[in-house]
Design a protein around this ligand. Structure first.
Ligand SMILES: [Zn+2]
Length: 367
């Protein structure tokens, strides 16, 4: 894991001066200076934690911070700069095309077409790309200002909630067993939607309420609703893993991939909730190897394993799906998914409105 992150960091280090030279328009490769706009701003060099406002400081990360209040374009161009968010951006930015390529291959292999039976798989894919895009934007642009930091991370929480619900829909329709459905019944999707929204609201509230250095209560506010949502979302998968005979693990079945997606998610939870390894090596993991980067890698792997597992389950169920669940349940999924997206976006925007007032009051007090 650290090796992969190191290679990515090395590539970025090589790219950084090249990009800066190109953006300044003083490249010796004259052709490039004609092609690229010569007035693109150049991102300022990174600074230490004491040179950025408290809000942007990460525990045990001492350097590699981008200065605040630069031109917006500098933050977009910082994609090719070496800073302490670089690998947070690239881990999810590269996961998106990998997911796309894998989707493309599966479309060919499974004969996927847009129909009622493939709707849950489509919602899962939309939710995956949504969380990857919002995460990339959050880590790339949050350093612009306090407003930007809050806004983009609220949107990042929207992405996580949408992804959770996308997974729940796919697990319910493709992976759940009859015996599990008899117990949980029709309550599963409404409960998953509510907990998805609650995890978004809990994360937004915790970010609004607590200031850095963040107390433990903030993590609790984030982790309790998110963990509850995950436990509900994964319950059809866990049930199938626990009740399937060992013979079901062979012959191209989805079970090994479901086991891998659960193992990846447990590692995600570990690296998200604990600042390791940087806690034990303060200042040494500023660019490569801090816990959030490892969390991103495992989350991307979790999504890829889910896609592998769900595409196999989709092939197994596609012919009987409508008959088994009925069109009404598929319609519910189709309607509830955008509804949840809207509820989460509204929650994030309302929290942002209160945050703006809080920031305005703070600014007036500081004058
Ligand atoms: Zn992140």
């Amino acid at each position: 894991m650290i090796l992969i992150l190191s290679i990515m960091a090395h590539v970025l280090q090589r790219l950084s001066p090249l990009t800066l030279t190109m953006t300044l328009g003083v490249s010796s490769a004259g052709v490039l200076t004609h092609v690229l706009p010569s007035r693109l701003p150049s991102p300022r060099p990174t600074v230490t934690d004491s040179q950025v406002p408290k809000l942007f400081r990460e525990p045990y990360i001492h350097s590699g911070y981008r200065p605040v209040h630069q031109d917006w374009r500098c933050y977009f161009l910082s994609l090719f700069q070496r800073h302490n968010e670089s690998l947070n951006v690239w881990t999810h930015l590269l996961a998106a095309p990998v997911l796309l390529v894998r989707c493309w291959a599966l479309v060919g292999a499974t004969g996927y077409t847009l129909e009622a039976a493939s709707l849950p798989l489509s919602l899962f894919l939309i939710s995956s790309f949504t969380y990857l895009c919002l995460s990339v934007l959050a880590h790339l642009l949050q350093s612009h200002s306090e407003h930007a930091h809050y806004f983009f991370f609220f949107m990042d929480y929207v992405g996580v909630a949408v992804y959770q619900y996308g997974c729940s829909i796919a697990h319910y329709f493709y992976t759940s067993e009859q015996t599990w459905r008899e117990r949980v019944g029709l309550m599963f999707l409404p409960a998953a939607a509510f907990l998805g929204w609650l995890s978004c609201a809990g994360c937004c509230f915790a970010k609004y309420r607590y200031k850095r250095p963040y107390p433990m209560r903030r993590k609790i506010c984030q982790l309790i609703p998110t963990s509850m949502a995950y436990l509900v979302d994964i319950s059809p998968v866990a049930h199938r893993l626990l009740t399937s005979p060992w013979t079901g693990w062979a012959g191209g079945d989805s079970l090994p991939y479901h086991a891998l997606q659960m193992a990846s998610f447990l590692l995600c939870a570990l690296f998200f909730s604990c600042p390791i390894p940087e806690r034990y090596f303060p200042g040494c993991c500023d660019f490569v190897g801090h816990g959030h980067q490892i969390f991103h890698v495992f989350l991307s792997l979790c999504t890829l394993f889910q896609l592998e597992a769900l595409s196999r389950d989709f092939v197994r169920r596609r012919d009987t799906l409508v008959e088994r669940f009925g069109k009404r349940q598929l319609w519910w999924a189709c309607v509830s998914f955008p509804l949840l997206c809207v509820c989460c976006v509204v929650t994030a925007l309302v929290t942002m409105k209160y945050m703006n007032e809080k920031l305005k009051t703070k600014k007036q007090r500081d004058k």
